[in-house]
Design a protein around this ligand. Structure first.
Ligand code: GLU
Length: 498
């Protein structure tokens, strides 16, 4: 713990281009944890310069997603901070100024090639089976000529002047040194013809100006990582600690998740999107626990972690760069554990909306009574509805055939229901502590099994095959309704043809 980095400043800089998915949630989490455990700062930045890919509402979803998962930021577009603005669309001039600096120092150049010409070049390269790359035409222009053409208003982009000789080595904290031959690197575009900087420039400039100490990001940036190192070096800036996280594989472990597959998931009650997981009844605690272990481990056996535990136990040195398969049954497992770890009041608070959303007129006080008896039987919060909706019904409608206990006739089953009415009616109330012993004594003396007797009672009282524990449920439903439901079941059973 003593070797933790100091003066940590990390960032989560999503582009508002779609739904917040597990990958971004995990990246945010690891950054957040490093900040919190070191007393550092967690910076939230919006990278919204790509107007074409901008999705309205995506930013709001990111904000809600982060907050729901419990990650608050120290600096960001909504709360400001000493290094703002925290929205790239408000930083255009800053990027232009730094692009100019690269041109002045000979690390970048203006390029006037038209899209048509570039398409032709690419086609020819394809014919020659070469990887697509810029052919360097404008790299050879003199500075004077280029500036004259810019001043004359000719459309242009700004490209990085990648060294063509030798090699570049960058260092990833998890993967070690990564070396590429410079001839394999392209002259990437830094500023587009509309004057907007692309990621390669904008994000490097922001990370530097915002004094980011650790860049923890997705592995999709590995191919351009050497370029990013070169850009830092061209400016003469000190590089952050770079960490590229593992890739997520689809549940089968074979290949990356496609859009189509992620759309199919929802049919099984799963999703890779944070907002869906919330609606599907997953808890932020369960999701955080689950994603924390997709690329990090504490030891070879501890798996249950709250966000607070993670702040204490997380370590960037235990991150694992190997691909991680998305395992939804693990999510169910963790979610169940965290549901059971919630105190009753908190659990009831979270369960109530699931009833209301289904149009069930549930009240908090009853849900509070249900919470402790239902929590053992739920992997997701939404499961409370089919499990416990009978509590809010005036009457239940059990299927007469399902009231017949296994191995018994309808007549025998009816007699059991009638017996239950007879034994429970004299009790002052339906407290489990009073009703259960009475019915157990009956089971012992009747020759019927507990499964048969309680099975009939469960169907009769709840109208369901599966429910929270029977006697606790009866206590919540109350004596009058329990007796009525048992009587009705007996009548139904009397009408079943043998
Ligand atoms: N805006 C980039 C993205 O959403 C940020 C990547 C990074 O962390 O540098 O992919």
């Amino acid at each position: 713990m003593n070797d933790r980095p100091t003066h940590v400043r990390v960032r989560f800089p999503p582009s508002p281009t779609g739904h917040m998915h597990l990958g971004s949630a995990r990246t945010a989490l690891y950054n957040y944890l490093l900040a919190k455990q070191t007393g550092g700062k967690f910076v939230f930045r919006i990278e919204d310069t790509d107007v074409k890919r901008y999705v309205p509402g995506a930013e709001e979803e990111l904000i809600n997603g982060l907050k729901w998962l419990g990650m608050e930021w120290d600096e960001g577009p909504d709360i400001g901070g000493p290094y703002g603005p925290y929205r790239q669309s408000e930083r255009k001039e800053i990027y232009q100024q730094y692009a100019k600096q690269l041109i002045d120092t000979g690390h970048a150049y203006y390029c006037f090639c038209t899209p048509e010409r570039l398409a032709r070049v690419r086609e020819e390269q394809q014919k020659r089976k070469e990887p697509p790359h810029y052919d360097g035409t404008c790299r050879r222009l003199s500075k004077e000529e280029a500036e004259a053409r810019v001043n004359a208003g000719e459309a242009h982009v700004i490209r990085f002047k990648t060294p063509k000789e030798g090699s570049t080595t960058v260092h990833d904290h998890l993967r070690g040194d990564i070396t590429v031959e410079n001839r394999n690197l392209d002259d990437y575009i830094l500023v587009k013809s509309d004057g907007w900087a692309l990621y390669h420039l904008a994000t490097m400039v922001d990370d530097h100006l915002m004094k980011i100490s650790h860049v923890i990001r997705g592995s999709e940036w590995l191919p351009t990582f050497p370029l990013h190192g070169l850009i830092y070096r061209a400016f003469g800036w000190e590089e952050p600690v770079w960490i590229h996280l593992s890739v997520f594989l689809k549940p089968s472990g074979k290949g990356k998740m496609s859009k189509r597959e992620s759309a199919d998931l929802i049919k099984d009650g799963y999703s890779i999107f944070v907002k869906d997981l919330r609606e599907l009844g997953y808890t932020p605690e369960g999701v955080v626990n689950w994603i924390s272990l997709m690329g990090w481990s504490y030891d070879d056996h501890t798996e249950f972690f709250t966000l607070r535990d993670l702040v204490e136990k997380f370590s960037i040195d235990h991150l694992n760069p190997a691909p991680a398969a998305i395992n939804f049954s693990k999510l169910d497992h963790f979610n169940g554990l965290h549901i059971r770890a919630l105190d009753d009041r908190e659990l009831a608070k979270r369960l109530l909306p699931f009833f209301l959303e289904k149009g069930i007129d549930a009240d908090f006080e009853t849900v509070l009574k249900i919470a402790p008896i239902a929590k053992e039987r739920m992997a997701t919060l939404d499961e409370v509805v089919p499990l416990a909706e009978f509590f809010f019904k005036d009457t239940v409608s059990p299927d007469p055939d399902s009231l017949v206990a296994k191995g018994l006739t309808a007549k025998e089953s009816a007699e059991i229901a009638e017996k239950a009415v007879e034994l429970l009616s004299p009790l002052p109330d339906m407290k489990a502590a009073g009703a259960e012993p009475v019915m157990r004594t009956y089971v012992d003396s009747s020759g019927f099994s507990a499964g048969q007797v309680f099975g009939i009672m469960r169907e009769a009282v709840t109208g369901q095959h599966v429910s929270p524990p029977l006697f606790e449920s009866m206590e919540i439903i109350g004596k009058d309704k329990v007796i009525q439901r048992l009587q009705k079941a007996a009548q139904l059973l009397r009408m079943v043809n043998q």
